[in-house]
Design a protein around this ligand. Structure first.
Ligand SMILES: Nc1ncnc2c1ncn2[C@H]1C[C@H](O)[C@@H](COP(=O)(O)OP(=O)(O)OP(=O)(O)O)O1
Ligand SMILES: [Mg+2]
Length: 158
């Protein structure tokens, strides 16, 4: 049953907070490079994270990843593969939030494409980092994956 906060005489009841869905992309280059950007956000400010964002109503995961990548970096990919999904509750951010995050991966269609920082209000800039020598601090959900041994370059079991 949907929970609602108590309505007052003048204000309608606010809907109870609900989990949201995000789609993020491991964009891979060569044998071991991934694209990361330093976040400017109330969630994970200044930490290094993957391109991606909120799934829009009616959108597919791949469609969302391709759109967010293009909006944030100008880079284009044609197809993606599903990697994993994680459940992340951000209790300490100013506005607590809960994200179910879908991780996809892709390779650059043209390895000579250069990322541009098209949303500078959300990111300090994009760059390629070696998976064996990642920058610090990583956005904590990503840090957790790295620590658990997750490898976005691994062959996906069929
Ligand atoms: N690497 C990650 N691991 C887990 N969750 C992540 C990761 N990256 C992002 N998220 C979650 C938490 C973020 O607040 C949420 C939305 O991504 P974020 O990049 O903040 O949105 P956005 O501002 O690009 O979205 P939009 O463009 O839709 O407004 O996704
Ligand atoms: Mg984003």
């Amino acid at each position: 049953m949907e929970k609602e906060t108590e309505a007052t005489k003048d204000e309608p009841a606010a809907p109870a907070p609900a989990p949201r869905v995000a789609v993020v992309l491991f964009l891979l280059k060569g044998k071991s490079s991934v694209l990361l950007g330093r976040r400017r956000s109330s969630i994970g400010d200044s930490t290094f994270a993957l391109p991606g964002g909120n799934l829009e109503f009616g959108e597919g995961f791949e469609e969302c990843a391709i759109r967010e990548l293009k909006e944030e970096t100008g880079l284009e990919v044609q197809r993606t593969e599903f990697l994993t999904v994680t459940n992340n509750v951000f209790v300490e951010s100013p506005k607590p939030s809960h994200y179910v995050t879908v991780f996809l991966r892709a390779r650059l269609d043209d390895p000579n494409q250069v990322p541009r920082n098209l949303e500078p209000e959300k990111c300090h800039g994009w760059d390629w980092y070696d998976w064996g020598d990642l920058p610090s601090p990583l956005f904590w959900p990503l840090e957790k994956m790295v620590k658990s041994g997750f490898n976005p370059f691994a062959k996906i079991p069929s």
